[in-house]
Design a protein around this ligand. Structure first.
Ligand SMILES: CC(C)(COP(=O)(O)OP(=O)(O)OC[C@H]1O[C@@H](n2cnc3c(N)ncnc32)[C@H](O)[C@@H]1OP(=O)(O)O)[C@@H](O)C(=O)NCCC(=O)NCCS
Length: 168
């Protein structure tokens, strides 16, 4: 299969935080943000493989800054690496106050998607060919992240080397 470049998988989405998206403090709810992150990263994965994809895993997500009612949420995603049937997608979230123009980095996460056929069975995807230094680093590190999530999911045997690969 012909490799694709990360930029060919780039997906962007902009949302406005409305009252129904917020908690009682008037801040965007984490669950709503994760829903949007899931959508933008699924679009990115589908742009890579041109197949139906399902979310297999979401790595650690933390919420660094609240995003307030009336602010804009800019989400961007791209595939960092593809394996056999699975793809790792990096998603980044920026909050923007349109009145002041201030932007803040709020959140990032790695999602894993699996391409499936009409029967829901995993199907092969093309490889990724990173171009920039940042893309190359994310591509290299993706293997350690994959091993860690498969270990945590009980799909591969626990191994301390996996942990040390991730931390180095
Ligand atoms: C994801 C899913 C298709 C994997 O099916 P499976 O029978 O476990 O398939 P396999 O073990 O052959 O794995 C297929 C791929 O999924 C990956 N995978 C499976 N579980 C994973 C996990 N927990 N984390 C990361 N990747 C995972 C495997 O590494 C493999 O990738 P590879 O082919 O690139 O090596 C299946 O578990 C599924 O359909 N899950 C539900 C998906 C869903 O409904 N998502 C929405 C959740 S609300």
């Amino acid at each position: 299969m012909k490799p694709k470049k990360p930029k060919e998988t780039a997906a962007e989405m902009t949302e406005l935080v409305l009252p129904n998206d917020t908690n009682t403090l008037g801040n965007l709810m984490g669950g709503r943000l994760m829903h949007w992150m899931d959508i933008v990263s699924a679009i990115s994965a589908q742009m890579h493989c041109n197949r139906i994809v399902v979310t297999a895993a979401v790595d650690f997500v933390d919420f660094k800054h609240p995003i307030h009612l009336g602010e804009i949420v800019k989400l961007s995603a791209r595939v960092t690496r593809a394996f056999n049937t699975s793809m790792e997608v990096y998603v980044k979230v920026i909050g923007k106050n349109l009145r002041t123009g201030e932007e803040k980095f709020c959140n990032q996460a790695y999602f894993t998607f699996v391409a499936v056929d009409q029967d829901g069975l995993p199907i092969s995807v093309p490889p990724i060919e990173p171009e920039t230094e940042e893309e190359k680093a994310q591509y290299e590190d993706a293997l350690a992240r994959r091993n860690m999530r498969l270990m945590l999911a009980g799909k591969i045997k626990p191994d301390l080397k996996i942990l040390s690969d991730l931390l180095t």
